[in-house]
Design a protein around this ligand. Structure first.
Ligand SMILES: [Ca+2]
Ligand SMILES: [Ca+2]
Ligand SMILES: [Ca+2]
Length: 194
């Protein structure tokens, strides 16, 4: 009996629900609601938010959420063509959550590179990074800003993002866990008595 209780406590204290706020895949057009909703159909790869040159340094969107302890954001960030000492980034409520720079304009420069068809008008590297970041957050709305510090037009260097998913991670409240444990203990007790 003590073993069962211990097991249940262990199970419930490690329990975290992940609830999708947004779930996109490249196979379908991404959702709108950004400060700029341009999307590109890259063909076999699928849909990308962007691509943008220096004419659009960032896009923002605000999401509603509740009851969570943290938020997880996963995406592919694209840094295409002749970026030269410039940085792609994601801000969460004004704070930088992720950033990655390209130091050498005509090299992968520490990024993964895509070999399939993808818009690269300058004919340079199709760099990307698959990113997943989690940040503690208990509020009810947050604003994401995807951006790039590039300073030339889209035919020279460009940025975008794809495959975006956002989830909030909900840990059940201790009071709820306690009631669960009591209820299950009573059930288990009843079963063992027979
Ligand atoms: Ca464009
Ligand atoms: Ca350049
Ligand atoms: Ca540049």
């Amino acid at each position: 009996m003590k073993n069962i209780l211990f097991l249940m406590l262990l199970l419930f204290t490690s329990f975290v629900f992940a609830v999708d706020i947004l779930l996109e895949t490249p196979a379908a057009p991404g959702t709108t609601g950004w400060t700029n909703n341009e999307q590109t159909n890259a063909g076999v790869y699928g849909y990308v938010h962007g691509m943008w040159g220096s004419e659009l340094p960032y896009v923002e969107r605000t999401f509603a959420t509740s009851g969570q302890t943290s938020i997880t954001i996963s995406f592919r960030y694209w840094a295409v063509d002749s970026w030269d000492n410039e940085t792609g980034y994601l801000n969460f409520n004004g704070s930088q959550l992720w950033a990655k720079a390209v130091s050498t304009y005509n090299a992968p420069s520490g990024w993964d590179t895509y070999s399939g068809t993808f818009p690269n008008p300058w004919g340079g590297y199709k760099r990307y990074a698959d990113v997943s970041v989690t940040t503690a957050f208990t509020g009810t709305s947050f604003t994401l800003r995807f951006g790039a510090t590039i300073n030339e037009a889209e035919n020279n260097e460009s940025w975008g993002f794809s495959n975006l998913s956002i989830s909030n991670n909900v840990v059940p409240e201790p009071a709820t866990l306690f009631i669960f444990c009591i209820a299950l203990s009573l059930l288990a007790l009843g079963k063992y008595k027979k």
